[in-house]
Structures are given as C-alpha cells and as structure tokens.
Ligand binder design. Sequence first.
Ligand SMILES: Nc1ncnc2c1ncn2[C@@H]1O[C@H](COP(=O)(O)OP(=O)(O)O)[C@@H](O)[C@H]1O
Ligand SMILES: [Mg+2]
Length: 602
Amino acid sequence: MHEKRIDGKGLGCRRQLIQRNATAPVLRFKAWMIPGAAGMLAALAAWLMARPTARQLALRMAEKRHWESEVRRLRHCERLTTEALHHCTGVLRLIASALPVGVVAIDRNARIELWNHAAEAILGYTAEEMIGQPAPTQVFMSAIDGDGDGDDAGAADVFLRMVTGQSVKSEEVTCRRKDGEAVEASFSGAPLVDDDDRVQGAICVFEDISHRRSMARALHQAQKMEAVGQLTGGIAHDFNNILGIAIGNLDLLGEELRDTPSARTATLVDGALTALLRGAELTRSLLAFARRQPLRPMMVDVGDLLSSITRVLARVLGEQVQMELSLEPDLWPVVADPAQLEAAMTNLAINARDAMPAGGRLAISAINASFDDDALSRLPDVAPGDYTCIEINDTGTGMSAEVLAHVFEPFFTTKEAGHGTGLGLSMVYGFARQSGGHIQIYSEPGIGTSVKLYLPRATGKAERPQTRQRRRAKGGGETILAVDDNAEVRSMVAAQLSNLGYQVLEAGGAAEALAALERHPAIDLLFTDVVMPHGMDGFALAERARQRRPGLKVLFTSGFPGTTLSNRCELTGTDNFIGKPFRRDDLAQAIRRAIDQERGRK
Ligand SMILES: Nc1ncnc2c1ncn2[C@@H]1O[C@H](COP(=O)(O)OP(=O)(O)O)[C@@H](O)[C@H]1O
Ligand SMILES: [Mg+2]
C-alpha cells in the first residue's frame, strides 16, 4: 500500500479496521516514508496505536487454538468419510461380485471399471482382461455382438445406447462367449449422470437366459408334438378300423378262393391286400408317433437284442458301411416292446445309411445311464432314474439346425419323393416316449449324427423275447363271444373265427355281452374290443364277466389302446392282447394261445 499523504483521518481509519477484524494478523505495522520530526512522531504514534493490546493478543491466541482444533476436527471427519467411502465401495463391490447377474460399470472416460464374477462366467472373459479396457472395446463388442439371429436387437447397439445416456430395459440379445459359444442374455442398464445432466458413466446388468429360453423352446416343441400327436392319433385310429375291416374281408375272400382257384382273382386279392397292409404299416407308424400303438412291453436284455439284430442291420446298411457294436458289461435290462425296439433300430440304421451314400461307419453302443435332478433340469419331460442308453453314431452328412428342429415331426423328410416317408424318426420318438424313455439327437453338418435312445431300466432279470412258433392254429369247436361296438368289424371277426373252426356268438356292447354270458354257459373265450361307448369298456366288461364266471379266458383287442391299456396289459400279462388291424393268422394264433392258457391266468 502506498500512502501519499498523512492525516489523522487516514490513521484512525486504519486502526478501526484492525480492531474490527479479529482474524487480522496480530501485528500489522507499516512505515511510511514521511520526512521530518513531525513525520517521526506521527510514525511512532501510528505504531503505538496499531500495536495490539494484551486483551487483543489473548483473543487472538484463543482464536488460533479454536481454528487449530477446527482443522483437527475436519481432518478427523475427512478420515472417517474416507473410511466410510472405502467401506461402502467394498460392500458395493462385494454385492456386485456376489450377484448372480453380470454387472459391468463404465467410468466417465468410457472405460470398464467393474466386471463381476457373473460377467466372467456368462461371457468367459475375466475381470483382469476387461477392467481398464475402453468400453466399446473390440473384445467386449465381439463378446456381446453375437450372431444376431433376427429376433435379437444387436447387442452392441444396446450397449452403445447405454453408454451414450439412454436407459435400456430387459433387451434380449445373443452374445458370443470367449470360447465361441452363443449365449442368450437379457441386458438392462442406465447411464450415470451428474447434476448438470452430463453422462459420467454407466451401469449395465445382464442375465444369462439361454436355459430359460431353451426350456421355453422345449416346452413349445413338446406342446406342438402333443397337438400333432392328438391329430395324427385320431386319424390313424379311424383309418386302422377301416383297414382292419378291409383286410379281414380280403383274408376271408382269399380263403374262399383257395377252393375255387382263379389265378386272376387271387392276384387281384393279393394286390389289394398288399396295398392295405402298406396302409396298415403307415397307420402303425402314425399310432407309434402318437404314442398310441399297442405295445407288448417285456423285460429285454439290450445287449442280446442288439447282438441278435446286427446281421439284419448289416444287410440294411449295405457293404459300403462298416458297423461296430460295443456293449458295456452288465448292461441293465430294460422294459420295452422288443419288436418295436428292433423296428426303431432298423429305422435309425436306414437313416444312417441314407446319410452315408459314399459309405462310412456306423457305431452302435449301449451303456447304463442315470438321470439325476440336475441333468433333468436340462431335459424336460424325463423322469429321474436309471436308463439303458443305446447310442447310434454315423459319419454321414449330418443335419443343419433347421432340419434338426423338425426331424421328429411326422412326414418331415428331406428325401426325394418315394425315398422317404418322414415317419422313421417320429416312430422312434413315439416309441421312446410311450416306453417311458427319451430320445436325443445331435448332429453336425459334414461330420455326422448321433442318436441316443434311453429306455427305462427294468428291475429283475431279463427274459429273452420268445420267438413265437407259427403253427396253423385252428379252432376245435370252442365257443367264442366276440364283442365290438362296430358292426362291420364284429361281423368280419365272426366270419374269420367261424372260418377258423370256432363257434361264434356276437355282442354289440358290454350289456349285451353280459346277457349272452348268462344265456350260454358254454362260452370258452371272451374276445372283446377295449374302447366301447356307454360307460363300460372292455376291461370293465372282463371284470364283471369274471365275477360271474371266475377263470373265464379273455382276449382284448384295440387299435387305440391309450396308456391305460398298455399299463393294464403289463399287469395282466401280454398274451391276452392283439392289436388292430390283425391278419387272419395272427388272430388264429392269439385266440389259440388265449384258450390254451392255463386256468387261473388271466
Ligand atoms: N442319421 C441322419 N443323418 C442325417 N440326416 C438325418 C439322419 N436321420 C434323419 N435325418 C434327417 O431327418 C429326416 C427325417 O427322418 P425320418 O423321420 O427317418 O424320415 P425319412 O428317413 O423318411 O426322411 C430325414 O429326411 C433326414 O433329413
Ligand atoms: Mg428314415
């Protein structure tokens, strides 16, 4: 400060200022260059006036102490705040790392600053690899920018929206893991903004929804198969009845023609029969797919069965295809219909052969397999427990994911007309499901296909399926009561039975049948349809009939047995059932067996 002029007013002002401002320095003294003794005096006076008093000094000391303690208090507060902040950050990191969803935090410089354990697990990149990377980094972008299969918004796009200040809620995207595998994830996130609405970073949370999505797809697929099964089963059942009548009548006609030989008519009848039998084969496949084919489940040694059909399979495969069979020792026996298991294996072998036109290798193996709850959570519709797994691997063309998604549907085929019916795998599927088992199929285009067929383990020792001897089974004049609500079927059956040498009585329903049993004590066998209207089905009829006539022999028939029937057949033994449509010879055998059974057995 420079004073040009000295006067009482100027000095007075200065002192006042010093006194009022208690925080001013204790001693403030400035000398002015004022010439002369008056000047010296004035300076001295000024000094004396400016010099703090003892009270002022004490005040200032107190003030100093106050500020020092204030500084200490603030420092303490600062330490506490830092500690609390550290603690909070630690807790937040802990929460983030423990969360089952992926959490990524981006700082204001758009660098990744947090990458939790779940993010590591979902995308396969470690926190070490990711932290500090610029957010839209190549690695991260390639991680989240999956193959974008149509339904998905681009993951990179979703992410960019987040870091540029937009919120994102449950956007489902397909990402690619570090190991290349696709993973479906749901992204949510929000930018972090300051008071001035400037983006200071972003928090992004994502969840692996592959499992949920695959469960939903599997459920959808199962529902679709169920619906198609219902439809197919219904049509096949009605067709089966019609075919049964036609086949039965033609069989009778053929029998009559035997006595009046006419080569031309016999050829015509044979032609018609052949076509009808092909139709019956087709309806059988459809019923199999719909899980409504009459099964004769029994205990089967899978190893024995596979060994015994290798020659048949080798013939199917031709010389170009090399076949290998490997069986785990001590394979569990299964409960299944051996004839249908053979048919399933044949269908699978035919598919393998068709997929290896230039030859290749077909490996069939069988192992014991148990499903626990964990494995099951990935496979809907499979009961936990023990299974025997038959695996069929080929080195053929394989299938695209597109084809693979449809292979079990009936009539789905990629083969030229006349080469494929599209019923092979649908039959195997239905057979596996109806047997309480399960089928899985994996395929890689250009590498090959692997089919795994799981059949439920049987408890007890396996029986070798009996090969039934074909003898001409004729009737010996025994009396049979034939019950069927369909008049055409009934009269055809009656004609066949009397042709075979039996006495036949007919009934159009359960009530009529019970009345006939009252009237005719000589009835040896009740031959009844299972599904009949008016409340009482074939099983109920048999039960009521046996109450009146204990030990009465019964043979059931149906083209549409449903699950009740296969269960009941298991309970009552499999010898008393014949599936529709049946050939005359099959009927003859079944009737003979049922009548010749020992008394007491159902
Ligand atoms: N082992 C296999 N290798 C390659 N493709 C297969 C295999 N098995 C089945 N497929 C595919 O699945 C489709 C359906 O099979 P399937 O139901 O047996 O009917 P079909 O054999 O009459 O076509 C086939 O047309 C084929 O495209
Ligand atoms: Mg096939």
